[in-house]
Design a protein around this ligand. Sequence first.
Ligand code: FAD
Length: 397
Amino acid sequence: MTESGRVVVAGAGLAGFRTVEELRERGFAGPITLVGAEPRPPYDRPPLSKKFLAEPGLDPSLKADFAALEVDFRPDEAATGLGDELITSRGAYPFDHLVLATGAVPVALPGDGRQRFLRTYDDALALRDLLRPGQRRKPLRLAIVGAGWIGAELATAAAAHGSEVTVVEAGPAPLAAAIGAQLGAQTARWYAAAGVDLRVATAVEAVRPGGLDLAGGARVEADEVVTAVGVRPAIGWLEGSGLRIENGVAVDAGLRTSRPRVFAAGDCASFESRRFGRRLRVEHWDVALHQPEVIAANVLGGDEVYDPVPYFWSEQFGRMVQYVGHHGGAESLLWRGDPAGPTWSACWLAAGRLVAILTVDRPRDMLQGRRLIASAAPVDASRLTDPAIPVKETVLA
Ligand code: FAD
């Protein structure tokens, strides 16, 4: 189907770019405008906290060919409001369909000291320059606030470059907010082995010139501070639009907002997950990659639903960490292998079924776990705890 009309996309990150790509791939022939606040063409963010920090030659761009796609790409232009048209910093765009894909922005801490972030290409360029060995006579003292995914990956790169890294985390363990303290605590030994000073249960009161003021009066001295305490959806510009907002732009399972012909995808959107029976906003690359397929199909008159088993990966301290599923509502957590060892997995179960799995250098567990979660087959928990038995062979007959 090649329904015409005008499509406007706000936000030129992965979700925005994939939307225009998918529309063309599916034969949409009408005009498309892509408006992006950043001055550069779309690029991929995952490499920015990984290889990009170590390899000056690495190009994270998505290699968009807007001429071939016949897309009117408008960089350096921010969407500022939504009425009958999309209002931007440079004009107004009428649309037949609008896709909101403005992503997320890092949360800042209080204080008058300089805070760096790791969200954009420019953020990563600046950090790469700072970390480059030989930049200073003494090693860089780097304080990272937040031991989440980004904090851990940046700590990995900085320690490998010879920086003196302190990671300050308010929660009881690294990754506690994402995967729970019991599991997150197993990664603390990775920081120690890399020579990173990890301080958990430590709240930062303010970022000051020269370091961090901690709650209780202590200080962490640092040459540079990177704040990595999470992001919030970049939707302030939609205030007054009348769109339903619920931890991001609220969309249904077909990624439709509360307004007809307006869709939302990626980090800025919270979608109804039929599989998990709840609304989810998932700040993961895989979501921004695949949601646009559903949006393009539905713009073209289809009625597709986005309902995958969520997937995420992180590379930290020389390990590939992968997570599939959603463990909210899980009743138990089982180990596959020794979490002090080099490779292991952790499995969350609910009602005798696998609902999520985290794997450390065990990609096969992840792949088989993903299928098992999707099938919702009952599993034999005692077999699942034996890392010698493939995950797929733990299904109860
Ligand atoms: P974004 O990528 O944020 O793109 C949104 C775009 O919209 C941005 O370019 C922004 O400037 C623009 N914009 C914002 N406001 C406006 C406006 N008002 N008008 C116009 N444009 C606007 N996920 C994983 O699964 N695995 C990983 O290993 C991983 N690593 C990551 C590492 C880093 C450093 C970061 C930052 C993220 C990482 N992620 C990872 C998350 C993943 O990159 C995001 O989930 C994904 O980029 C979301 O895509 P998006 O298009 O929704 O948002």
